[in-house]
Design a protein around this ligand. Sequence first.
Ligand code: 13P
Length: 334
Amino acid sequence: MTLEEIAKKMCAKGKGILAADESTGTMDKRLTSVGVECTDKNRLNFRETLFTSSAMKSYIGGVILFDVTIREKTSTGISIPELLEKNNSVVGIKVDKGTKKLAGSPEEVITDGLDGLRERLSEYYKLGARFTKWRAVFNIGKNYPSIQSIKSNAHALARYSALVQEAKMVPIVEPEVLMEGDHDIDTCYKVTTDVLNECFNELAIQKVLLKGIVLKPNMVVPGFKSSKKVTPEEIAKKTLDCLKKNVPSDVPGIAFLSGGQSEQEATNNLDAINKINDTNFLITYSYGRALQQSALKTWAEEMNNTKAIHDVFNHRAKMNGLASKGEWSQALEV
Ligand code: 13P
């Protein structure tokens, strides 16, 4: 398959991406939040349970894995990548090494992981990966994000993308403007504009083929602590406007992160965006928390009741599948 074909398969209409690439530390926070012991067995058990649900075939075009998971075997003996391929999902891998303090602007962060990346990519390809993820993080504050942070992170994202395409995989380019803070939606719009612009400048300099990437941006939303609440329709209008102005039309797929939105908010907002999507972009989800939260809770309560866990995950994935076509409605949630 060409890179463009892989990108389109990941974001096919009615499907999206499951971000199950939490690092061991982040996954442990999730397990602790539902009162489950943090062990290798439990981490794998939860993921295997999701990956054996019927939603995988119907609504999940791709799954992002963490380094540990792509090397693991399921309880039936096949490898996790084989299980995903059987369900026709493209196998993805998080390749960044998390964030570090940005020298010279220590309240901001830079994403690490370029050293040795070429060699790691060739191993991941052999393990079955056909796409990758790298997340850059931007905080909104009085003086943030700084030009230094925007330029350094965009440069790293572009160098990563060039290496990934050289290794014949599709890079997910994830510049995340965080929802932390009390900023309003227009501030998020402006910062997202600056960040996207710089990312596409750098991607051009590094000669990255835009038809062979998937963009994973934040939606344009107010900060968690903003006093000005907005409707999904306003979020949709501003998000789509921002994407139309700042994302080159060659990009085939845009898959949003959920960023701390509740499950229904993330679905509702994605649906509102697709209801007015007049672009050629395939616009869908690449959710972590907003796809897994309820399933995680049910798993913690009834670990041996696979049907109950599958029912919850299948429902959430179906709702997001509908939202990726602009066909969701609140009435379907009950
Ligand atoms: P959330 O949807 O939970 O924000 O996670 C998506 C992701 O992959 C962040 O890198």
